[in-house]
Design a protein around this ligand. Sequence first.
Ligand code: GDP
Length: 295
Amino acid sequence: MFENLSDRLESTFKKLRGRGKLTPSDVEKGLREVRLALLEADVNFRVVKDFINRVKERALGAEVLESLTPAQQLIKIVHEELVHTLGDSAVPLNLSGPKPIPILLVGLQGSGKTTTAAKLAKFLKKKNLKPFLVPADVYRPAAIDQLKTLAKQVGVACFDSQPDQKPVDIVKQAMAEAKAKGYDVVIIDTAGRLHIDDEMMAEVEEIKQAVEPRDVLLVADAMTGQDAVNIAKNFHEKVGLTGVVLTKVEGDARGGAALSIRAVTGCPIKFLGVGEKLDALEVFHPDRMASRILG
Ligand code: GDP
């Protein structure tokens, strides 16, 4: 992950390390390289601009210029500002309040939504919670079967959705069943389309009003770079997200979406999908991500 970006940053810092004390122009030159590396990694240009301005303001002060190890100081500032760009601290799932706790997963087709629903169920099961999977994508009957099969693999219960039911009826019945059977968390896999459309948004809105989910998570494919960022922005404006699950991150060498999403949308990344297997889900920690990016 982020091979290109961390290599570029490392070679920039290596050049600076050989310098002893840094002059303001050394810092400017170094930051120019950092800026280019971020732009090449497909990070949103406004995010890059803000980031560089923040680093520059600190780096041109005594903290770096007066330091005996200026390159290290600069790397420390870049790391801290990366953490800030990524959202400062981890934002966990909202699992407080009365049970069953509904979590709504939304996103485009192919983003990894159904897989993520099963991964989340596995994650919660490990925490000794009883999850209930709910397939609500009636437009693709195969999606219902896919989630039922994954539920069996994980060893968790799954609502017996039928393709001729209305999604809103599915989720209402599923919530009632979850309450009756004592499930803790209800994970709802909604329909994904190829593009965002009004019908899709209206359906998500209807489900949202029916179950009042504690979390509305967008599942977005990191490999699609700035498209993922625009999709997140759009969903957040239209239905209000509480977080993002960024999938296929292990194949995303550039990291543009990961670095831009929080700053552009204000929505925290809550999880990373890092593979097709059902345990390939990681809680998102801004500081760990910043360290990975810096290599
Ligand atoms: P949906 O249409 O959004 O429900 O997407 P699916 O869950 O069916 O996933 C689409 C494809 O992406 C499947 O082949 C998944 O195995 C794959 N996938 C999902 N998450 C990840 C991930 O984090 N990494 C990788 N490499 N593949 C993933």
